[in-house]
Write a new protein. Structure first.
Length: 63
């Protein structure tokens, strides 16, 4: 839980930057990469994880 005030524009730009960087890496970058929580994952598994995680937080904040 975030207890302090945040600058919305700064946080939004940071998220967009992370998304662009992930896209620039490309799918092949993630194939076989190890997740600390789930072990070695395929590109499809990483894609599903990214989607579900981002969707969870966007839904959490009513986006």
């Amino acid at each position: 839980m975030i207890a302090d005030q945040r600058d919305f524009e700064k946080e939004k730009n940071r998220l967009i930057s992370y998304l662009k960087k992930t896209q620039e890496y490309g799918a092949s970058y993630f194939d076989g990469k190890e997740s600390l929580s789930f072990g070695v994952m395929t590109t499809e598994e990483w894609n599903n994880l990214f989607y579900k995680h981002l969707d969870h937080h966007l839904t959490q904040f009513g986006v």
